[in-house]
Design a protein around this ligand. Structure first.
Ligand SMILES: Nc1ncnc2c1ncn2[C@@H]1O[C@H](COP(=O)(O)OP(=O)(O)O)[C@@H](O)[C@H]1O
Ligand SMILES: [Mg+2]
Length: 262
Protein backbone atom coordinates (compact mmCIF):
# COMPACT_ATOMS: atom_id res chain seq x y z
CA UNK A 1 0.00 0.00 0.00
CA UNK A 2 2.70 2.47 1.05
CA UNK A 3 6.25 2.26 -0.23
CA UNK A 4 8.79 4.72 1.09
CA UNK A 5 11.75 4.28 -1.22
CA UNK A 6 15.11 5.41 0.03
CA UNK A 7 14.13 8.97 0.88
CA UNK A 8 16.35 11.76 2.12
CA UNK A 9 14.80 14.81 3.80
CA UNK A 10 16.62 18.10 4.16
CA UNK A 11 15.66 21.44 5.71
CA UNK A 12 16.74 24.83 4.42
CA UNK A 13 19.21 23.16 2.06
CA UNK A 14 21.31 22.26 5.05
CA UNK A 15 24.02 19.77 4.11
CA UNK A 16 23.15 17.47 6.95
CA UNK A 17 19.97 15.55 6.14
CA UNK A 18 17.27 15.22 8.82
CA UNK A 19 16.50 11.77 7.35
CA UNK A 20 18.82 9.76 5.14
CA UNK A 21 18.13 6.76 2.87
CA UNK A 22 14.95 5.78 4.67
CA UNK A 23 12.88 2.92 3.25
CA UNK A 24 9.73 1.26 4.55
CA UNK A 25 6.85 -0.73 3.05
CA UNK A 26 3.51 -0.93 4.82
CA UNK A 27 0.75 -3.36 3.89
CA UNK A 28 -2.88 -2.98 4.84
CA UNK A 29 -3.48 -3.84 8.46
CA UNK A 30 0.19 -3.68 9.35
CA UNK A 31 1.52 -1.65 12.28
CA UNK A 32 5.03 -0.25 12.20
CA UNK A 33 6.56 1.84 14.97
CA UNK A 34 9.38 4.34 14.57
CA UNK A 35 11.36 4.61 17.77
CA UNK A 36 14.21 6.94 18.61
CA UNK A 37 15.31 9.85 20.69
CA UNK A 38 14.24 13.40 20.01
CA UNK A 39 15.72 14.83 16.80
CA UNK A 40 16.32 11.42 15.20
CA UNK A 41 14.05 12.24 12.23
CA UNK A 42 10.83 10.39 13.09
CA UNK A 43 8.44 13.28 12.59
CA UNK A 44 10.21 14.27 9.37
CA UNK A 45 9.47 10.80 7.92
CA UNK A 46 5.77 11.03 8.76
CA UNK A 47 5.46 14.57 7.53
CA UNK A 48 7.19 13.67 4.27
CA UNK A 49 4.59 10.93 3.75
CA UNK A 50 1.83 13.34 4.63
CA UNK A 51 3.10 15.91 2.12
CA UNK A 52 3.42 18.40 4.91
CA UNK A 53 7.06 19.11 5.73
CA UNK A 54 7.35 22.37 7.64
CA UNK A 55 9.49 25.33 6.64
CA UNK A 56 11.81 24.59 3.78
CA UNK A 57 11.81 20.86 4.26
CA UNK A 58 12.01 18.79 1.08
CA UNK A 59 12.43 15.21 0.02
CA UNK A 60 15.66 15.55 -1.95
CA UNK A 61 15.98 11.92 -2.96
CA UNK A 62 13.82 8.83 -3.32
CA UNK A 63 10.09 8.44 -3.73
CA UNK A 64 6.97 7.74 -1.69
CA UNK A 65 4.32 5.60 -3.39
CA UNK A 66 0.77 5.22 -2.11
CA UNK A 67 -1.03 2.45 -3.98
CA UNK A 68 1.54 2.77 -6.74
CA UNK A 69 1.24 6.56 -7.17
CA UNK A 70 3.95 8.99 -6.12
CA UNK A 71 2.68 11.15 -3.27
CA UNK A 72 5.50 13.58 -4.04
CA UNK A 73 3.70 14.55 -7.25
CA UNK A 74 0.25 14.98 -5.69
CA UNK A 75 -1.37 18.33 -6.30
CA UNK A 76 -3.08 20.31 -3.54
CA UNK A 77 -6.41 19.09 -4.90
CA UNK A 78 -5.37 15.46 -4.96
CA UNK A 79 -4.17 15.79 -1.37
CA UNK A 80 -7.46 17.36 -0.34
CA UNK A 81 -9.28 14.28 -1.62
CA UNK A 82 -7.28 11.74 0.35
CA UNK A 83 -6.13 13.61 3.45
CA UNK A 84 -8.43 12.74 6.35
CA UNK A 85 -10.12 9.98 4.38
CA UNK A 86 -7.58 7.57 2.88
CA UNK A 87 -4.59 8.89 4.82
CA UNK A 88 -5.21 10.38 8.24
CA UNK A 89 -3.20 11.60 11.21
CA UNK A 90 -3.30 11.59 14.97
CA UNK A 91 -1.11 14.03 16.87
CA UNK A 92 0.27 14.10 20.37
CA UNK A 93 -2.21 16.76 21.40
CA UNK A 94 -5.51 16.41 19.56
CA UNK A 95 -6.97 19.15 21.75
CA UNK A 96 -4.61 21.68 20.21
CA UNK A 97 -6.08 20.89 16.79
CA UNK A 98 -9.61 21.64 17.94
CA UNK A 99 -11.33 24.97 17.98
CA UNK A 100 -11.68 25.88 21.68
CA UNK A 101 -14.86 27.93 21.25
CA UNK A 102 -16.85 25.33 19.32
CA UNK A 103 -18.37 22.10 20.60
CA UNK A 104 -16.91 18.76 19.59
CA UNK A 105 -20.19 17.99 17.83
CA UNK A 106 -20.17 21.04 15.59
CA UNK A 107 -16.56 20.35 14.61
CA UNK A 108 -17.15 16.64 14.04
CA UNK A 109 -20.26 17.28 11.93
CA UNK A 110 -18.38 19.83 9.86
CA UNK A 111 -15.46 17.44 9.35
CA UNK A 112 -17.74 14.57 8.34
CA UNK A 113 -19.74 16.70 5.93
CA UNK A 114 -16.63 18.23 4.37
CA UNK A 115 -15.52 14.77 3.25
CA UNK A 116 -18.77 12.90 2.69
CA UNK A 117 -22.37 13.46 1.64
CA UNK A 118 -24.36 13.41 4.86
CA UNK A 119 -27.12 15.59 6.23
CA UNK A 120 -26.34 17.33 9.53
CA UNK A 121 -28.47 14.84 11.43
CA UNK A 122 -26.82 11.83 9.76
CA UNK A 123 -23.37 13.27 10.42
CA UNK A 124 -24.27 13.85 14.07
CA UNK A 125 -25.55 10.30 14.50
CA UNK A 126 -22.56 8.77 12.73
CA UNK A 127 -20.30 10.93 14.89
CA UNK A 128 -21.96 9.63 18.07
CA UNK A 129 -21.58 6.05 16.79
CA UNK A 130 -17.91 6.60 16.05
CA UNK A 131 -17.34 7.98 19.55
CA UNK A 132 -18.84 4.75 20.89
CA UNK A 133 -16.32 2.81 18.79
CA UNK A 134 -13.49 4.59 20.61
CA UNK A 135 -15.12 3.81 23.94
CA UNK A 136 -16.71 7.17 24.62
CA UNK A 137 -20.12 5.69 25.38
CA UNK A 138 -21.91 8.94 26.19
CA UNK A 139 -21.42 10.27 22.68
CA UNK A 140 -24.24 12.83 22.84
CA UNK A 141 -22.69 14.38 25.92
CA UNK A 142 -19.24 14.50 24.30
CA UNK A 143 -20.69 16.04 21.14
CA UNK A 144 -22.23 18.81 23.24
CA UNK A 145 -19.00 19.47 25.14
CA UNK A 146 -16.26 22.01 24.47
CA UNK A 147 -12.69 20.71 24.21
CA UNK A 148 -11.71 22.21 27.58
CA UNK A 149 -14.42 20.15 29.28
CA UNK A 150 -12.72 16.88 28.25
CA UNK A 151 -9.66 15.19 29.75
CA UNK A 152 -6.51 14.67 27.66
CA UNK A 153 -7.38 11.01 27.19
CA UNK A 154 -10.90 11.83 26.04
CA UNK A 155 -9.58 14.39 23.55
CA UNK A 156 -7.17 11.80 22.14
CA UNK A 157 -10.10 9.41 21.71
CA UNK A 158 -12.02 12.12 19.93
CA UNK A 159 -8.93 12.68 17.74
CA UNK A 160 -8.89 8.97 16.91
CA UNK A 161 -12.62 9.03 16.16
CA UNK A 162 -12.01 11.86 13.66
CA UNK A 163 -8.98 10.13 12.15
CA UNK A 164 -10.68 6.75 11.79
CA UNK A 165 -14.13 7.96 10.71
CA UNK A 166 -13.55 7.37 7.00
CA UNK A 167 -11.77 4.06 7.60
CA UNK A 168 -8.43 5.27 6.28
CA UNK A 169 -6.07 2.90 4.53
CA UNK A 170 -3.16 4.55 6.29
CA UNK A 171 -2.97 6.17 9.71
CA UNK A 172 0.05 8.26 10.71
CA UNK A 173 0.33 8.72 14.47
CA UNK A 174 2.98 11.00 15.95
CA UNK A 175 3.39 10.23 19.67
CA UNK A 176 -0.40 9.94 20.11
CA UNK A 177 -0.16 8.72 23.70
CA UNK A 178 2.96 10.44 25.03
CA UNK A 179 1.07 13.07 26.98
CA UNK A 180 -1.19 10.55 28.72
CA UNK A 181 -0.92 8.50 31.88
CA UNK A 182 0.07 4.86 31.48
CA UNK A 183 -3.43 3.40 31.92
CA UNK A 184 -4.96 5.74 29.35
CA UNK A 185 -2.00 5.11 27.01
CA UNK A 186 -2.71 1.39 27.13
CA UNK A 187 -6.41 1.93 26.40
CA UNK A 188 -5.75 4.23 23.47
CA UNK A 189 -3.19 1.86 21.98
CA UNK A 190 -5.58 -1.07 22.28
CA UNK A 191 -8.20 1.07 20.58
CA UNK A 192 -5.87 1.72 17.66
CA UNK A 193 -5.10 -1.99 17.39
CA UNK A 194 -8.80 -2.84 17.41
CA UNK A 195 -9.51 -0.32 14.67
CA UNK A 196 -6.75 -1.67 12.48
CA UNK A 197 -8.31 -5.10 12.96
CA UNK A 198 -11.80 -3.87 12.09
CA UNK A 199 -10.82 -1.63 9.18
CA UNK A 200 -7.53 -3.12 7.96
CA UNK A 201 -5.81 0.22 8.43
CA UNK A 202 -2.02 0.28 8.08
CA UNK A 203 -0.43 2.32 10.85
CA UNK A 204 2.89 4.11 11.18
CA UNK A 205 3.25 5.20 14.77
CA UNK A 206 6.00 7.23 16.38
CA UNK A 207 6.87 6.62 19.98
CA UNK A 208 9.93 6.95 22.14
CA UNK A 209 8.64 4.05 24.24
CA UNK A 210 10.20 0.83 23.00
CA UNK A 211 7.99 -1.33 25.24
CA UNK A 212 4.89 0.21 23.75
CA UNK A 213 6.29 -0.26 20.24
CA UNK A 214 7.06 -3.90 20.99
CA UNK A 215 3.58 -4.46 22.32
CA UNK A 216 1.70 -3.11 19.36
CA UNK A 217 3.82 -3.39 16.23
CA UNK A 218 4.42 -5.98 13.59
CA UNK A 219 7.67 -4.20 12.84
CA UNK A 220 9.90 -1.70 14.60
CA UNK A 221 12.41 0.71 13.08
CA UNK A 222 14.91 2.32 15.39
CA UNK A 223 16.24 5.68 14.28
CA UNK A 224 19.21 7.74 15.34
CA UNK A 225 20.53 10.93 13.74
CA UNK A 226 18.34 10.54 10.66
CA UNK A 227 19.31 6.92 9.98
CA UNK A 228 17.68 3.59 10.68
CA UNK A 229 20.04 1.80 13.02
CA UNK A 230 17.99 -1.35 13.51
CA UNK A 231 14.74 -2.90 12.33
CA UNK A 232 12.79 -6.08 12.69
CA UNK A 233 9.83 -7.69 14.39
CA UNK A 234 9.28 -7.56 18.15
CA UNK A 235 11.12 -10.80 18.73
CA UNK A 236 14.20 -9.56 16.92
CA UNK A 237 14.27 -6.16 18.62
CA UNK A 238 13.56 -7.44 22.12
CA UNK A 239 15.64 -10.60 22.16
CA UNK A 240 17.99 -10.99 19.22
CA UNK A 241 19.31 -7.58 18.30
CA UNK A 242 23.09 -7.22 18.27
CA UNK A 243 22.93 -3.43 17.84
CA UNK A 244 24.35 -1.59 20.85
CA UNK A 245 21.98 1.34 20.52
CA UNK A 246 18.96 -0.97 20.57
CA UNK A 247 20.28 -2.68 23.69
CA UNK A 248 20.80 0.71 25.29
CA UNK A 249 17.21 1.73 24.53
CA UNK A 250 15.97 -1.59 25.92
CA UNK A 251 17.89 -1.23 29.14
CA UNK A 252 16.21 2.13 29.65
CA UNK A 253 12.76 0.51 29.54
CA UNK A 254 12.01 -1.49 32.70
CA UNK A 255 8.82 -2.91 31.22
CA UNK A 256 10.40 -4.19 27.99
CA UNK A 257 8.52 -7.21 26.78
CA UNK A 258 5.29 -5.36 26.74
CA UNK A 259 3.72 -6.96 29.83
CA UNK A 260 3.16 -3.48 31.16
CA UNK A 261 0.60 -2.94 28.44
CA UNK A 262 -1.18 -6.28 28.14
N1 LIG B 1 11.02 22.93 10.61
C1 LIG B 1 12.30 22.55 10.68
N2 LIG B 1 13.29 23.35 10.20
C2 LIG B 1 14.59 22.97 10.28
N3 LIG B 1 15.01 21.81 10.80
C3 LIG B 1 14.09 20.98 11.29
C4 LIG B 1 12.68 21.30 11.26
N4 LIG B 1 12.00 20.26 11.81
C5 LIG B 1 12.93 19.34 12.17
N5 LIG B 1 14.18 19.77 11.85
C6 LIG B 1 15.42 19.03 12.10
O1 LIG B 1 15.34 17.72 11.58
C7 LIG B 1 15.91 16.78 12.47
C8 LIG B 1 14.90 15.70 12.79
O2 LIG B 1 13.80 16.27 13.48
P1 LIG B 1 12.44 15.51 13.71
O3 LIG B 1 12.04 14.85 12.44
O4 LIG B 1 11.48 16.46 14.33
O5 LIG B 1 12.88 14.39 14.77
P2 LIG B 1 12.03 13.60 15.86
O6 LIG B 1 10.60 13.60 15.46
O7 LIG B 1 12.64 12.24 15.88
O8 LIG B 1 12.24 14.31 17.16
C9 LIG B 1 16.40 17.55 13.68
O9 LIG B 1 17.78 17.76 13.54
C10 LIG B 1 15.64 18.85 13.61
O10 LIG B 1 16.42 19.90 14.12
MG1 LIG C 1 8.92 14.24 16.56
Amino acid sequence: MLEIQNITVKYNNSDKPAVENFSLNIKRGEICCLVGESGSGKTSVIRAVQGNLPGHGTVTQGDILFEGQSLLNYTVNEWRKIRGTEISMIFQDSGAMMNPVRTIGSQFVEYIRAHGTYTKREAWEKGVQMLKCVRLPDGEHIMNSYPFQLSGGMKQRVGIAFAMFFRPKLLLADEPTSALDVTTQAQIVRQMMKLREDYGTGIIMITHNLALAAYMSDRILIMKDGNVTDSGDREHILHNSQVDYTKKLLSAVPSAGGCYYV
